[in-house]
Design a protein around this ligand. Sequence first.
Ligand code: GLY
Length: 372
Amino acid sequence: MAVIHVALAGRAYDVTIEAGLLDDLANRAEPFLRSFGGRAVPFVADKSTHTLYASRVDAALSAAGHSADWFIVEPGESAKSWSVLERLTDWLLTLGVTRSDHVFALGGGVVGDLTGFACAVMKRGCGFVQIPTTLLAQVDSSVGGKTAINTKAGKNLIGAFHQPSAVLIDPLVLNTLPDREMRAGYAEVLKYGLLGDAEFFEWLEANGADVLAREPAALSHAIATSIAAKARIVAEDERETTGVRALLNLGHTFGHALEAETGFSDRLLHGEAVALGMVLAARYSVRRGEMSAADAQRSAAVIAASGLPSEIAALGMECGGARLVDHMRHDKKMEADTLPFLLMKGIGAAYMARDVELADVAEFLDTELNRA
Ligand code: GLY
């Protein structure tokens, strides 16, 4: 078992990683079940996670004298909407949830973001516990308190910082995760190496195949190292105001443009877009003379070796660099007429550049889109 502390004054919490944790949920979650007495404990899941895990959760709770009540959403981004939020908050009010209660989110990033936001506004803030079931949610979205829904204007534009009271991770749930989603989550693991930990990056170069094959020791090490990195960053800059937390957006500005161009669809999953975005950030850093071509090549090679896309030319997008840059102009990080870019001075050395000319980025992307 590994426990990683997220040291936020007044809002500190632990992330627990333990194989088999789901069957021991009542013990691990005991402090967050106490307030319920005989009342049912609210659990939010999507149809897939409910089918896979509800009976185990019900059994674990019932052995400790509790019962769960389930709110089940459709899988996918459509659940992060005003209408589902309204139904969820109405349901929580009907259950009589109080500010000292905890709502449990069992699922991937969509379930965690939706539940977290509902809890941020429920009676001006009630507790919640994240039980992430995808690699992406385990190493990124469940930790750090970013919660949100989507609107017509874009993804995650309505939300709140609301930290969970605990994050409970059972790596064994990843055994049922489709390989493509596993790889997409792995892109965020690689991100921690690329942005600030060259030694971890080297470890991933050597052990990435074992992580993707869910070899227990390698997988737990990758999850724990990623979360420890995120916990340090979040403790330093919870609300992304000093530039430190923004490092977690490495690959996301380029990636967001690719996701927008492909319609935020299954054609390109978020993690796949981030993988491509990190290759582009590395190559753009080479173009600016800040990163060696050899380091950029290593970054692309480790991404390609893990089965993630590493060349935007292979996506078959019918657009030019200027159109991708137009998507970037709608990025929520856009400030007045500039967009801060996360670039690299080497592997493990990401930094924020505020002097990037979008016209130059468009020219660079034209070259990448036509790369042989
Ligand atoms: N996923 C980026 C962050 O949590 O800040």
